[in-house]
Ligand binder design. Structure first.
Ligand SMILES: Cc1ncc(COP(=O)(O)O)c(C=O)c1O
Length: 460
C-alpha cells in the first residue's frame, strides 16, 4: 500500500478470504463476460477486480485499497456504500421488489419525480424515468420528435449534436453523439448533423470556463441555413462534456445556443448525465451556467450509482402537448417506456441519495472546494507529456501528447500506473479524467494529484 493512502484496517477482502489472491476467477469465467468499453484481451490477462467500497476508496479482491478518482463512473459523488441509501434499498426490496410501470404505479416514483422537479430549474416540471443515461437520451430524442409531430410539424426531425459530444451508446445517442470511434463500427442512425467542438488551442490550460469560443455557437446558424429550421427538432449538447475529457463551455456559448434555438423554434436538450446533481458545484449545469434547456437528462448521480435509474425532465409545454393529443382514455399519450422504468428499488435509492445530497449541502461543498481542486490539478502543468488541463467543479481533464501514431496509448499507460499506486482514474482518447467524490478531503485531493504527477514522471 502506498504511504500516501490512509490505512484501512477492516477491508471486506480481509473478511472474505475466498476473494483473496489473483485467482478468484477461472479462465472460463473470465472469458464468459464480454466487458463493456474495456480492452477485454488486456483486462483478462491482468484483471482489475474490486471486492468492496467505502467512502472514497475501493478495495480490490486481493485486499488493496484504491482511491476512487472518478466517483465510480461519475456516479458516486456522495461516497460509496452510504448507509442511508443501502438501508433504503434493503427496506424497499423486502417490501415492494417490483411494480409494473405501465398502467399501474407506486408512490415512490411520484415522490422522486417531485423531488427532481424541485432540484431542477423552474419550468422543467415533468419527469419520465428510464434506467440509464443512454435510454434517457433516446427517450428525449423521441419526445422531441413526437412533440413536433403532435404540433403538426413532422418535418422537424433532424437533430444537431456537437463534435466530441457523448450521449451514450444506444442508436439515437451515437447518432447525435460526436465521437467517431463510438459509431464507425455501427453506422449512422438518427438523422443528425453536428456543430464544432469547443476545444481551441488559445484556451489551453484555462481554469473553469474558457474565455474564447462563444462564437462557435454561431455555427448553429450555418446548420440552420443549410437544413432549415423547419427540418430541425432539437439541439443536443452536454453543458460540459465529460467523456471527451472535460470540456467546460466557453463563456457565453450556452446562452448563444439558447438564443439561436429560441429564434428558430428549435428545442434545446441538455444532457446532464454527468453535470447533473452536484458535480458542477450547483444542482445542475443549467443552474450553474444560467441557461435553461427545454429538456434535461439526468442519470448516474441520481441514485449515487447504487441502482440504475435515469430521468428526462421536460418543460410543461412538452408534456401538455402529448396530453392534449392523447385521445380517448384507453389511449397512451407517449408509447414509450421500459420494464424497469421507475423501478421501486431504484426510486427508493434515488430519494435517499437526493436527501443526502441536500442535507449535506454537497453541491455547495463542491463549489467551495473547487478552487482547491483546480489549483491542485493545474499543478500537473509542466509534468511530462501534459499538453492541456481543463476543469470545472469537481471535474478535470488532462490531455497528453500522443505517442507517434498512437494517440490512445499514453492515457491508458498512465491509468495503469495510477492503479498500481492505488488510484483509479479513467482514460479515454488522449485524455484522462479526474472526478473525485463530493465528500473528498483536501488531503485526499493532494495524495491523488501527487500520484498522477508521479505516474506521469514514470511514463516511458
Ligand atoms: C453525457 C452522457 N450522456 C449519456 C451517457 C450514457 O449513460 P449510460 O452509460 O448510463 O447509458 C453518459 C455516460 O457516461 C454521459 O456522460
Amino acid at each position: 500500500m502506498p504511504d500516501n493512502v490512509e490505512s484501512h484496517p477492516e477491508t471486506q477482502a480481509e473478511t472474505q478470504p475466498e476473494l483473496q489472491g489473483s485467482s478468484v476467477l477461472s479462465a472460463e469465467e473470465l472469458r464468459a463476460h464480454w466487458m463493456p468499453f474495456t480492452g477485454n484481451r488486456q483486462f483478462k490477462r491482468s484483471p482489475r477486480l474490486f471486492a468492496s467500497a467505502e467512502g472514497v476508496y475501493y478495495t480490490t479482491v486481493d485486499g488493496r485499497k484504491v482511491f476512487d478518482g472518478l466517483s465510480g463512473l461519475w456516479t458516486c459523488g456522495l461516497g460509496h456504500c452510504r448507509p442511508e441509501i443501502s438501508e433504503a434499498v434493503s427496506k424497499q426490496i423486502a417490501t415492494l421488489d417490483y411494480s409494473p410501470g405501465f398502467q399501474y404505479g407506486h408512490p415512490l416514483s411520484f415522490k422522486l419525480a417531485h423531488k427532481v422537479v424541485e432540484l431542477t430549474p423552474a419550468g422543467l416540471d415533468q419527469v419520465f424515468f428510464t434506467d440509464s443515461g443512454s435510454e434517457t437520451i433516446d427517450t428525449a430524442l423521441k419526445m422531441a420528435r413526437g412533440y413536433w409531430r403532435s404540433r403538426g410539424m413532422p418535418g422537424k426531425s433532424k437533430f444537431i449534436g456537437r463534435i466530441k459530444g457523448y450521449h451514450g451508446v444506444n442508436y439515437g445517442g451515437i447518432g447525435v453523439g460526436g465521437i467517431g470511434f463510438n459509431r464507425k463500427l455501427f453506422g449512422q442512425s438518427v438523422d443528425a448533423d453536428h456543430i464544432p467542438h469547443t476545444v481551441l488551442p488559445e484556451n489551453d490550460f484555462s481554469r473553469g470556463m474558457p474565455e474564447k469560443g462563444a462564437h462557435l455557437a454561431d455555427e448553429l446558424e450555418e446548420l440552420v441555413l443549410l437544413h432549415d429550421a423547419s427540418n430541425i427538432a432539437a439541439v443536443v449538447v452536454e453543458p460540459m462534456s465529460g467523456t471527451s475529457g472535460v470540456l467546460p463551455p466557453p463563456k457565453g456559448y450556452l446562452n448563444r445556443l439558447r438564443e439561436i434555438c429560441d429564434k428558430h423554434n428549435i428545442l434545446l436538450i441538455f444532457d446532464e448525465v454527468i453535470t447533473g446533481l452536484g458535480r458542477m458545484g450547483s444542482l445542475t449545469g443549467a443552474e450553474e451556467f444560467g441557461v435553461t434547456p427545454d429538456i434535461m437528462t439526468l442519470a448516474k448521480q441520481i441514485t449515487n450509482g447504487a441502482q440504475p435509474l435515469g430521468a428526462v425532465v421536460t418543460k410543461t409545454d412538452i408534456y401538455d402537448t402529448f396530453m392534449d393529443q392523447g385521445g380517448p382514455d384507453y389511449m397512451v399519450e407517449f408509447p414509450h417506456g421500459y420494464t424497469y422504468s421507475a423501478h421501486p428499488v431504484a426510486c427508493a435509492a434515488g430519494l435517499a441519495a437526493l436527501d443526502v445530497l441536500e442535507m449535506e449541502e454537497l453541491p455547495q461543498r463542491v463549489k467551495s472546494m473547487s478552487a482547491y481542486f483546480e489549483n491542485a490539478v493545474h499543478q500537473l502543468k509542466g509534468a511530462p507529456y501534459v499538453k492541456d488541463i481543463r476543469n470545472y467543479g469537481f471535474a478535470a481533464g488532462v490531455s497528453l501528447e500522443h505517442y507517434p501514431g498512437e494517440p490512445l496509448r499514453r492515457p491508458f499507460e498512465l491509468g495503469l500506473k495510477c492503479f498500481d499506486k492505488g488510484f483509479y482514474i479513467r482514460w479515454g482518447a488522449d485524455t484522462v479524467q479526474l472526478a473525485p467524490a463530493f465528500v473528498v478531503t483536501e488531503q485526499q485531493i493532494d495524495s491523488f494529484i501527487n500520484a498522477v504527477g508521479e505516474s506521469l514522471h514514470e511514463l516511458p
